[in-house]
Design a protein. Structure first.
Length: 340
C-alpha cells in the first residue's frame, strides 16, 4: 500500500515538472519572439530600402520621391533607392508593393489617383487599396488653382458661380481626361455650387491651355506650377485654390472653401508598405519621414513642384484615406463618371 502511494506521488511530481518545463519553454518562446522583434526594430534597416514610384521618371511624383529619398535615407541610416514602375495609371507599381514581403524594405509613394480615385473608377483593380497596404503617413499635398480667361467677366469665385447659374449649359470646363483629378475637381465644384457646366476632356491640360487663354474654354482647374506663370504674364486670371485653406504657394488667392464651405480637392502623396508591415517598422519609417519633410531644403524643392510638405501619423493618414475615398466615390457615382 505504501509502495503504491509513493509511486503515485512520484508520478504527480513528474507530471508537475513536465508541466512547469512546458510552461517555461512557452515563456522562453514568447520572450524570445519579443526579443527578436525588439532586436529587429532596433537594427532596422540593415540594407537599402526600395521606394517604388508607380509613375514614369521625370514626373512630379518621381521628383518628389527623389527629393524625399535622400533625406529619408539619412534619417534611417541607409540608402533609399527609387524604382520607377509605371503602367496602368499607377496600378502596376502599386500592385508590386502590395504583393511584396512586409519587412520594411519595399515601400510605395502613392497618390490619390492610385488609392482614392482609381479604386472607385475601376472595380477590377488587382489590389484592394485598403486591405492590401499598410498606411505609413501622408507626406504631401498639391492643391490646384481655378483659372479663367483674362477676358472672363468673372473676377471672383462667387461671380463665376453666378455667371454659370445665369447661363446653364452654356459654359464649359476643360480637363486632362475622363476620370482624372482635374475632372473630379471640377465636378466636385459643380456639385457643391449646383451648376450645369459642360465637360470638355483633353489629352492633358497642356493641350487645353491655349483654348483657355483664347476663351474657347471657360474654366480649368490646373496645378500651381502650370497655371501661375500664365497668371503672372496676364494671359489668365486665377480665382482661387482648391485646398481647404489658403496656401502661401499662391499668395493672396482665396480658398474655394471660403465660398463653398467644405470644398477641398487636392492630390495627396503618401507612403505605404505592404499589408502586414509591423507597427514598430511603420513607426520607424514614419518618424524618419516627418523629420525629412521638416528639412527646409526639402520643403523648398517640393513647393517648386506645387506640393506642400505634410507629415502625418499612420492613424491620421488612415482616417484621411477613408474620407477621400468616400468623397470621390460619391462624386463618381452621382456624376456617372467613367474612364471611357
Amino acid at each position: 500500500m505504501q509502495y503504491k502511494m509513493n509511486l503515485k506521488r512520484r508520478q504527480i511530481s513528474a507530471l508537475g515538472m513536465r508541466t512547469a518545463l512546458s510552461a517555461a519553454v512557452v515563456m522562453m518562446g514568447l520572450v524570445g519572439g519579443a526579443s527578436t522583434a525588439v532586436a529587429q526594430s532596433t537594427t532596422y534597416p540593415t540594407k537599402p530600402i526600395r521606394l517604388v514610384v508607380p509613375f514614369p521618371a521625370g514626373g512630379a511624383t518621381d521628383i518628389f520621391a527623389r527629393t524625399l529619398s535622400q533625406k529619408l535615407g539619412e534619417k534611417l541610416g541607409t540608402s533609399v533607392v527609387v524604382e520607377n514602375k509605371p503602367g496602368a495609371g499607377g496600378t502596376l507599381g502599386s500592385d508590386i508593393v502590395a504583393k511584396s514581403t512586409p519587412d520594411g524594405y519595399t515601400l510605395l509613394l502613392a497618390t490619390s489617383s492610385t488609392h482614392s480615385i482609381g479604386p472607385n473608377l475601376n472595380p477590377k483593380m488587382p489590389y484592394d487599396a485598403v486591405r492590401d497596404f499598410t498606411p505609413i503617413g501622408q507626406v504631401g499635398n498639391a492643391p490646384s488653382i481655378m483659372l479663367v480667361p483674362n477676358s472672363s467677366p468673372a473676377k471672383t469665385i462667387q461671380e463665376w458661380i453666378e455667371l454659370a447659374k445665369k447661363n446653364p449649359g452654356r459654359l464649359n470646363y476643360a480637363s486632362s481626361g475622363n476620370g482624372t483629378i482635374v475632372q473630379l475637381t471640377a465636378e466636385l465644384f459643380k456639385s457643391q455650387a449646383g451648376l450645369f457646366v459642360v465637360h470638355i476632356p483633353y489629352k492633358g491640360t497642356a493641350l487645353a491651355m491655349p483654348d483657355l487663354i483664347s476663351g474657347k474654354v471657360d474654366v480649368l482647374f490646373d496645378s500651381l506650377p502650370t497655371g501661375l506663370p500664365h497668371v503672372k504674364d496676364g494671359r489668365l486670371r486665377a480665382l482661387g485654390v482648391t485646398s481647404a485653406q489658403r496656401t502661401n504657394m499662391a499668395p493672396g488667392l482665396p480658398a474655394i472653401s471660403e465660398v463653398l464651405p467644405g470644398y477641398e480637392s487636392t492630390t495627396w502623396f503618401g507612403l505605404f508598405g505592404p499589408q502586414g508591415m509591423r507597427p514598430d517598422l511603420v513607426s520607424r519609417v514614419n518618424t524618419a519621414a516627418i523629420q525629412a519633410l521638416s528639412d527646409p531644403e526639402v520643403k523648398d524643392k517640393l513647393q517648386r513642384l506645387g506640393i506642400e510638405a505634410i507629415g502625418t501619423s499612420p492613424a491620421q493618414f488612415t482616417t484621411m484615406l477613408a474620407a477621400e475615398s468616400a468623397k470621390w466615390k460619391k462624386i463618381i457615382t452621382e456624376r456617372k463618371i467613367t474612364l471611357d
